[in-house]
Design a protein around this ligand. Structure first.
Ligand SMILES: Cc1ncc(C[n+]2csc(CCOP(=O)(O)OP(=O)(O)O)c2C)c(N)n1
Ligand SMILES: [Mg+2]
Length: 348
């Protein structure tokens, strides 16, 4: 990595330049060079991993369901940059990015996707059902909205044990219309549980747009009946996510109870690998990609500030591609579980 062009120039604002704002006018964290580079690398790892998963699916190495996170990378990376050891993460089925962000290995995730014994669920869970207690990742859930109640349970455990960990429960705009979400909100508010409800509003639930399916499309207001505060966040700008995460984590750790962050985001690929894509135009997708891509935003700032050259960033990309290629080789070389595994890890 090349040294900073001007090592004496700090990343903090020194001139009278107006403070940067997210595209929706919200605050952004003032990243230094290391933070920008970290965000760039982590988001790129998720994107390259997902591209490879898509390819392997097409080649028949991955079966069943597979939902890619491409386009939404800034959400999970910005959150993870603010979290501390012990904070739990739980999400739905669009989950590979969350796993990688928590530090689960690309090898273990890819081996699970391909149904191999070295996968996180010994090849028996697949894309939607992976867990790592060590990394505080509690899945991977295929039932829309179920992880919201489970995540509330994790927050209850934190409260009961008197630790200061925060549970972070991710769910989609579609899941936000499920009944159990509101039962969870009620209990979390009543008992002041330390939980951040992250609504990843990517504008669609499978092929149904939020405009067609939801009476209150400002999802940050969804907790107002329970007194749960909410904020709308530019989920395509990793600095905005980090700023919101810092505040929300502080809110929870100081005993104020739950909070909602609505992340305004977008998925570029289909809902899952089989998606007729008739519910939106190619132009809509292209507009988001060219104007708001989370990775391109970081890249542009790194170049503009002289914090990295095109070559430096190509080197990061190569590094990340190597990790992903290695994970695919590892997965394909690993054996499938023995038939006797059908009888293990079963609750009786
Ligand atoms: C209880 C339940 N109902 C319906 C489904 C089928 N289903 C799977 S994903 C999905 C849409 C969810 O959309 P959203 O919450 O916006 O998440 P996204 O896919 O956009 O990440 C539906 C209806 C399901 N898995 N579980
Ligand atoms: Mg959605």
């Amino acid at each position: 990595m090349a040294p900073r062009k001007n090592a004496t120039v700090s990343s903090r604002k020194t001139s009278a330049k107006p403070a940067a704002k997210a595209s929706n006018g919200g605050p952004v964290a003032d990243f230094d060079r290391d933070e920008e580079l970290k965000a760039y690398r982590e988001m790129l790892l998720i994107r390259r991993f997902e591209e490879k998963a898509g390819q392997l699916y097409g080649m028949g190495f991955i079966g069943g369901f597979c939902h890619l996170y491409i386009g939404q990378e800034a959400v999970v990376v910005g959150m993870q940059m603010a979290q501390k050891e012990g904070d739990q993460v739980i999400t739905a089925y669009r989950d590979h990015g969350h796993m990688l962000a928590t530090g689960m290995t690309a090898r273990g995730v890819m081996a699970e996707l391909t149904g191999r014994i070295d996968g996180y669920s010994r090849g028996k869970g697949g894309s939607m059902h992976m867990f790592s207690k060590e990394k505080h990742f509690y899945g991977g859930h295929g039932i829309v909205g179920a992880q919201v109640s489970l995540g509330t349970g994790l927050a209850f455990a934190n409260r009961y044990r008197g630790n200061d960990s925060v549970s972070i429960a991710y769910f989609g705009d579609g899941a936000a219309n499920q009944g159990q979400v509101y039962e969870s909100f009620n209990m979390a508010a009543l008992w002041k549980l330390p939980i951040i409800y992250i609504i990843e509003n990517n504008r669609y639930a499978m092929g149904t747009s939020t405009a067609r399916a939801t009476a209150q499309s400002n999802y940050s207001l969804r907790g107002s009946g329970f007194g749960i505060p909410g904020v709308q966040v530019d989920g395509m700008d990793v600095r905005a996510v980090k700023a919101a995460a810092d505040e929300a984590l502080e809110h929870c750790r100081s005993g104020k109870g739950p909070i909602i962050l609505e992340m305004l985001t977008y998925r570029y690929r289909g809902h899952s690998m089989s998606d007729p894509a008739k519910y939106r135009s190619k132009e809509e997708v292209q507009k988001m990609r060219s104007e708001q891509d989370p990775i391109e935003q970081v890249k542009a700032r790194l170049i503009e500030k002289g914090w990295a050259s095109e070559d430096d960033l190509k080197a990061v990309d190569k590094d990340v591609r190597d990790i992903v290629a290695d994970s695919a080789d590892f997965a394909q070389a690993a054996p499938e579980p023995d038939a006797s595994e059908l009888y293990t890890d079963i609750l009786l």
